[in-house]
Design a protein around this ligand. Structure first.
Ligand code: HEC
Length: 341
């Protein structure tokens, strides 16, 4: 019995002591004791007048100020070290008042605004911006930049788009690269050169496709008589065909397969070495292939033209690519498309 009573006494005393200490610690009292000396209208240290800061937490300008106040008190930086320290209870009471007010204010603000905060560009946006800014529509940057994260299911949420030093270094590198390409290094523009290139050519990948019956060489919209389709004649030796000049530059090529992992027809005769403006003109049409005959297609098909950026030693098929566009291929009616990149 006795010990019970004793503990009740101690508790009662503690409660009394606490209420004594903190009943007086209104925010106003705390600031008056510890802050106003340096942060009122007269002596605005660091141009900060705490007496003029309204107790409004939803407005971002005031909110940001209050966060600073919280942080400075929380870390013990304010009041400055040479000044008497606030009591632990005093400090706890003030922060205990300010913290929920800030959390509340921020949530109300977010609910009203419903938007993500200021953020940096994603790497895709950065690339697009550089393309617009420097009028370099084909420049490829995104694969050289660190991948962006996502937050709350969005890749454009400011929470996901932080900036690390690695990030910054990569972006600066990219900017350097852009400037190198954007600034002319010779007094005269390069001469204009024209090339006609075909999917079919010596040593090309398409030869393999054609030899296996997944494509056909065409002349005047019918199978090239000098190179009958694989279904009619067995094509045995690709090298022999090449020596005969079967896969001549300039031939029209019909392809029966969609692009997939094992088939991706490309114009290997052209590799762009010099940065510059390239005008690409292409002619596309579609047809149906029926036992060696060219018949009208079901309708207008579409072809996709991409640029492959060769990385490393240029071998293999794992290089990043960029779509230049999708182009109509009307049935049996060659249509020319032109783009500048
Ligand atoms: C003895 C004078 C003095 C007292 C007392 C004082 N401060 Fe300061 N305060 C300064 C000075 C000087 C600076 C500028 C240097 C700095 O940022 O550390 C400053 C800066 C600040 C800043 C940063 C303002 C800005 O936006 O740059 C905040 C916030 C702040 N004080 C809050 C407080 C709070 C809250 C108290 C009371 C708990 C307090 N200070 C007490 C002198 C004081």
């Amino acid at each position: 019995m006795a010990s019970l009573r004793f503990s009740w006494l101690v508790q009662a005393f503690l409660v009394f002591a606490t209420s004594l200490c903190c009943a007086q610690v209104t925010p106003q009292a705390f600031f008056e004791t510890h802050c106003y000396e340096c942060h009122d209208a007269d002596s605005k240290k660091s141009d900060f007048d705490l007496t003029a800061l309204p107790h409004t937490f939803t407005d971002t300008a005031y909110f940001d100020r209050w966060v600073k106040v919280f942080d400075r008190i929380d870390s013990g930086e304010m009041p400055p070290a040479k000044k008497p320290r606030p009591l632990a209870e005093e400090k706890a009471a003030l922060l205990g008042w300010l913290k929920p007010a800030l959390v509340d204010g921020e949530q109300t603000h977010l609910a009203d605004e419903g938007r993500t905060g200021i953020r940096r560009l994603t790497r895709v946006e950065y690339e697009n911006t550089v393309r617009d800014l420097f009028d370099m529509s084909g420049i490829a940057l995104r694969s050289e930049l660190p991948a962006d994260g996502s937050a709350h299911g969005f890749d454009k949420n400011s929470d996901a788009l932080d900036i690390s030093h690695v990030n910054l270094a990569k972006y600066i590198e990219a900017a350097d690269h852009v400037l190198d390409l954007a600034i002319a290094t010779q007094p005269k523009p390069p001469t204009v050169q024209k090339r006609r290139i075909s999917l079919a050519n010596r040593g090309g990948f398409i030869a393999h496709i054609i030899m296996n019956g997944d494509g056909v060489l065409l002349k005047d919209q019918r199978p090239d008589p000098e190179f009958p389709p694989a279904s009619e004649h067995r094509h045995i030796d690709q090298g022999a065909h090449e020596r005969m000049g079967s896969f001549r530059n300039g031939a029209s090529v019909g392809v029966f397969r969609h692009e997939d992992e094992s088939v991706s027809p490309y114009f290997m005769e052209h590799v762009t070495i010099y940065p510059g403006r390239y005008r690409v003109r292409t002619s596309l049409w579609s047809f149906q292939w029926d036992k060696g005959e060219v018949l009208p297609a079901r309708g207008t098909e579409a072809g996709r033209l991409s640029v492959v950026q060769l990385t490393g030693d240029g071998r293999g098929g794992q290089h990043p690519s960029y779509v230049l566009g999708f182009f109509d291929a009307p049935s049996l009616e060659p249509q020319e498309h032109e783009l500048i990149t």
